[in-house]
Structure formats: structure tokens, C-alpha cells
Write a new protein. Sequence first.
Length: 333
Amino acid sequence: MSSATAGTQGRIVVVGSLNADLTIYCERLPLPGETVHGNGFAVNPGGKSANQAVAASLLGGNVSLVGAVGADANGDMLLSSAAGAGVDVSGVRTSATEATGVAVIAVDSNGENNIIISAGANGTLSPADVAAAAETFDGAAVVCLCLEVSLDTVEAAARAGHDAGGTVLLNLSPYAEIPQQLADLTDVLLVNAHEASLFLGSAGNPVSAEIPGSDADASDWEAVRLRFAERGLERVLVTLGAHGSVVLDSLAPAGQQLVRVAPIKVKAVDTTGAGDAFTGAVAARLAAGAPLADAAAFASIAAALATTRKGTQAAYPQVADVERLLASGAGAL
């Protein structure tokens, strides 16, 4: 597998989805068949890939986005937001047949959410779009991918990134089974605990959200690292929500192959897009030549800060905010 081209100007190519987020805020999320009153509504730029691109750019990355939107106001909003954050959107195609993708989101008073997505123009993104953007991949340090577009498109982009000598970063979300050839093209896999359990096909969940810090727990994580390596994935980041994250890096020197990253405690207002902020931050740091564990520590702060404001892209922090907290070593805000 390839490694990132070190250097602060390493370019990031993000391939995937752009959605308009239709968000309604409520005291609590409704149960099945129940109607609850909302207390606010907003239309914001979103989509996992667009979010990741914006987050990476705001955090110092040199980012190009490849995707598709409709010829409508939502598409204009998404392009404007990404470009305003410094993302190169020349690789985003306007579909002549489909409207811009949308995500309908409900957010409760604790910042938790549920989301329904309609792919729209995202569903038209194909390997042909990846081929058309061939020059965009030249010299890329990191190619950042998720599963909100077709697996064929994701695999084509992973192949393009691999062939260009970049680090292929795959966020296995929304979860889907992936073919072995995509796993083989992936340099860094980013999953949450639930996704990790599904991927490894375990009846029990070896990736517990509770990390007591005992020697036995470390052994459990070592077993997880080995199971990922058996599937051809030697560098894996497992996010654990409020419990931080774990870096499983079989390519790191002995003694550094398992690293736990402590969480940053904040008062969450809206957790929508926090995982995308984390992914974008990892991409930005990997493109700058940082080790995976350092990228995870940086991303933990970026994601935490993203939950302290409503929305997704508008809530993402600037690089100076993250670096200030990282330098302070603060574990809480």
C-alpha cells in the first residue's frame, strides 16, 4: 500500500456526495409513528464528502472536490459554501437529470440526530466522472472517500488515488459491505465501533465503547488490530464517540501500533457532521505528513469543536482553533 506524499502542501482529493441538509430542531426525537413539535428549521450545505472537503480546507488542506449536484438553488448553495471555504469545486458536475441530493435531519436538545438521505445527483456520480477528473488525482497526497455514492465510483477513485501514489482514506459510512479489492486499495480505514464490528463480522462486539484502560482491554484491541490486518487493512482508526478513538497501525514501530486518543469534553449542541469533521481533519494532517496517531489527536479536537455550534460546514473550526487547544493539552473546554 502507498503512503502519503509528505509536505505541508500535499493535495487532498475528496470524491463523493454533496447534499442539502434540511434540519429541524426538536426537544426529543420522535418514536415510530409519533409526531413531535419542532423549535427551528434550517437549510444548510452538507453531504459527507462536501463536509469532509470543507473541514479539511478550513484545517489547512489544499482540497479538490469531485461530485455532482443538480441545476438548482441547493446545488448553487453547496458550490458556494465549498468554494467559500477554499475548496476547488471545478470537479463537481451539474446533473441535467437529477436534483441535488438532500438529507432530512432531526436534531434533539442533546445534539443527537437521525438522518434520511435522498441521493439525487449523487446517484449519477460514476467511474466516468473519476476518469474525467484524472488530472485532479495527479500528485495527490490523500484521496478521501465515503460510501454515499456507488461502490463502483468509490473503487474507481480508490484505484486512481492508489495509482497516483496517494494515501487512500476510506470512511466506511454509511456502512456497506465492501469488496476485497476496495479493501486492498485502502491505506487508512476510518470506522466507528459499530461499523468495525459489522466489518469484522463478529457475533459479539469486540470494539467496546467502554475503554477501562486495563491490560486485558489492550489485549482485546490488539486482537482487533490483527483481525483488521488479516482483512488486508493495516492502518485503522476506530472512533468511539464520547470515549475518543483508537489508532490501530500495524505499520507503526513496535510499541506504537495501538494508540488511544482521549476525548475532548464539550457541551454538544448538534452532532450532525462531527464524524465528517473528524475525517476531514485526518485527511488534512495526513496530507501534511503527520503520523496517523497525531492526525487522530488533531481530528478529535476538530470534531469536538464542530459539535458546539448548529449545522455542519458553518460549525467547522479553523485550524488555529484546533492548534491552540492541541498545544494546551486541554482535555476539556
